[in-house]
Design a protein around this ligand. Structure first.
Ligand code: NAD
Ligand code: UD1
Length: 338
């Protein structure tokens, strides 16, 4: 089976490519390189021992996508490509609707043209909005707190309508919680452009000396230590979840929403301490005001993934921090002393 990975050179796409190759799949990576670099391809060659086919293209280029699907004989698509910065989406909503919603529409039309009807979509726990109860299961009501989240909801709904209208379609919307960590080789990992918005890449950059101090957004939440609690999940577990979703969609048609989380939440301070253990030095930090739009706690009920996909997360926060640090040192040659 040959799988097209849109956004294939990005953080989660590149890890999933490695895991799919290991599981015996053929993959084709497609990306416009707006948030990733072509060097990832050489790293993937070292990880997999193979040169993976790569197409530099935009998912909004429908004729190109249809041609790629036909040329490589793809039977399914994993759709990672998208913009993902919440703050940017508030400032530039049209860019997000164009890229994420418009891009998915063009992709689905291209798939229809090429006779490909199986898709795994990168959704997010953001579709649950402010939690009404915890842990979050897939039956929790959905809502969007910002344009980024709204694009994920629109795409999920678009896929649901399509599956209802055309019984041949199969779609799994994987609702990721907080992916973190890197491939155990240290060759691929998360490498955001500029100052990171998310916790783990920020901690990593402070640990390596690239940024002076971590600002902890709020220490007065109703959580055990007052800092925000999230369900961090190892990116290698997320990648394995996609392999399980592809086999699931071979058995089951229709539309499915499935959480990819561990079921366990950790606070910002717990993550900071775990990272300090991994890098073996103290990480400068200071408490700051709450970040607007943040929630106190968010973690998954992962039972559906276990029952329908036969998948569960197996790696803990120590492994997330150790692998992120290994990747940071290997890619940047960080030598900071405490
Ligand atoms: P990423 O930015 O590393 O990867 C996305 C890739 O898509 C990038 O390589 C980018 O260049 C590419 N891309 C963007 N727009 C494109 C377009 N129009 N055409 C072709 N390529 C395009 O992000 P990631 O962390 O790997 O996230 C992958 C997906 O998972 C995204 O859809 C994101 O919204 C979703 N997601 C991520 C997280 C997370 O914490 N990382 C959480 C929930 C959901
Ligand atoms: C963010 C997005 C969410 C997206 C998810 C995964 C926002 C408001 N939400 O979620 O839509 O699906 O990423 O990409 O951006 N923190 C700090 N200091 C920092 C960074 C973060 O204290 O410099 C704290 C946050 O307040 C939060 C926790 O760390 O309590 C995790 O933050 P982050 O990594 O940004 O993820 P989410 O807020 O869960």
């Amino acid at each position: 089976m040959t799988i097209l990975l849109t956004g294939g050179t990005g953080y989660i796409g590149s890890h999933t490519a490695a895991v799919l190759v290991e599981a015996g799949y053929e993959v084709v990576l497609l990306d416009n390189l707006s948030n990733s670099r072509p060097e990832v391809l050489e790293r993937l060659r070292q990880v997999t021992g193979r040169t993976l086919p790569f197409v530099e293209a935009d998912v909004r280029d429908r004729p190109k996508l249809a041609a790629v699907l036909r040329e490589y004989g793809c039977t399914a698509v994993i759709h990672f490509a998208g913009l993902k910065a919440v703050g940017e989406s508030v400032r530039q909503p049209l860019a997000y609707f164009d890229n994420n919603v418009g891009g998915t529409l063009a992709l689905l039309q291209a798939m229809q043209e090429a006779g490909v009807a199986t898709i795994v979509f990168s959704s997010s726990a953001t579709v649950y909005g402010e939690p009404q109860y915890l842990p979050l299961d897939e039956a929790h009501p959905t809502s969007a707190a910002n344009p980024y989240g709204r694009t994920k909801l629109h795409i999920e709904e678009m896929l649901s309508d399509l599956c209802r209208a055309e019984p041949a379609w199969r779609a799994a919307c994987l609702r990721y919680f907080n992916p973190a960590g890197a491939h155990p080789s240290g060759l691929i990992g998360e490498d955001p452009n500029g100052v990171p918005n998310n916790l783990m890449p920020y901690i990593t950059k402070v640990a390596s000396g690239e940024l002076p101090s971590l600002g902890i957004f709020g220490n007065d939440y109703p959580t055990p230590d007052g800092t925000g609690v999230r369900d961090y999940i190892h990116v290698m577990d997320v990648a394995a979840g996609h392999v399980a979703a592809l086999s699931f969609l071979q058995r089951e048609a229709g539309w499915h929403a499935i959480n990819l989380g561990t079921g366990r939440g950790y606070s910002v301070l717990e993550m900071l301490r775990a990272f300090e253990q991994a890098c073996d030095h103290a990480i400068a930090h200071e408490f700051k005001a709450r970040r607007p739009g943040d929630i106190a706690s968010c973690y998954a009920n992962p039972a559906k993934a276990a029952s329908v996909l036969g998948w569960r997360a197996t790696r803990g926060i120590e492994e997330m921090c150790e692998s992120a640090w290994r990747w940071c040192r290997a890619s940047k040659g960080a030598t900071r002393s405490p």
